[in-house]
Write a protein that binds this ligand. Structure first.
Ligand code: GLP
Length: 243
């Protein structure tokens, strides 16, 4: 596990951009795993800039997002589909048929979960998975208590996750309470993981994830078992680390 600590969010994002861009240059048809939330925002902005400067292309890139809310209008800006379109996909040369997000409105959601894992397999698996973390240690939407053997599945969100994510919605009541998410096992199958966390609100979960016992009570602690994970932190998120 490589841990890199940066002075601030911007410097952390520059490093994340460098790692993703170098993957794209090395393997232009890479399968990338993308995440939503505030953490990757600046990384996406910088990737767009590299694309605009003609330095990288997403023409052959395939992407899979980690998760999506259940029963949310895809036009709602709080939906992860709208988030990805607005912050990245509409601004780069990715082919619409090459990006995938779980369909939270699928008629048969269980079938959608199986199909999503199958699609990832068909593309040869995820080469590089970008990953953030919730303040309670969740990865994607795998909340504390989720088995490490899960594949894509349906989850009920914890109240603190709903509260944290309400900033993307007009009202707390508008935040969906269920989601479909890649499972822990699906995430751990990625060939490489790029984990990012910034800000003091993540400091305790960062410490528990990296230095605490590996436990389903802190889903991100499973990353200690991944053979190829790079951890990028800003100083605020790293401040509780002992080692
Ligand atoms: C959501 C997403 C996670 C993300 C987390 C952290 O719950 N499902 O994939 O890691 O938020 O979000 P933020 O980066 O905004 O702190």
């Amino acid at each position: 596990m490589k841990i890199k600590i940066f002075e601030n969010y911007e410097k952390m994002s520059i490093e994340a951009t460098r790692i993703i861009a170098s993957q794209i240059l090395r393997q232009p048809d890479s399968v990338l795993g993308f995440a939503t939330g505030s953490t990757p925002l600046l990384t996406y902005k910088r990737l767009i800039r590299l694309y605009e400067e003609g330095l990288i292309s997403f023409k052959k890139i395939k992407t899979f997002n980690l998760d999506e809310y259940i029963n949310i209008d895809v036009k709602n800006p709080g939906s992860y589909r709208a988030f990805m379109e607005n912050t990245l996909f509409n601004k780069i040369d990715i082919d619409e048929k090459n990006w995938f997000i779980p369909d939270g409105n699928a008629e048969n959601i269980e079938e959608e979960c199986i199909l999503y894992d199958k699609k990832i397999k068909e593309q040869g698996g995820i080469d590089l998975q970008l990953l953030g973390m919730g303040t309670n240690g969740h990865i994607a939407f795998n909340e504390p208590g989720t088995s490490f053997s899960t594949r894509t599945h349906v989850v009920s969100l914890k109240q603190n996750t709903i509260n944290d994510n309400s900033r993307f919605f007009d009202r707390l009541e508008d935040v969906p309470t269920k989601a479909v998410t890649l499972g822990i096992r699906s995430i751990m199958e990625a060939k490489q993981i790029l984990f990012m966390a910034n800000g003091a609100a993540k400091a305790k979960a960062v410490r528990d994830a990296l230095e605490g016992p590996i436990s389903i009570d802190l889903p991100a602690s499973v990353l200690q078992l991944h053979p190829n994970v790079t951890i990028l932190l800003d100083e605020a998120a790293a401040m509780e680390l002992g080692r």
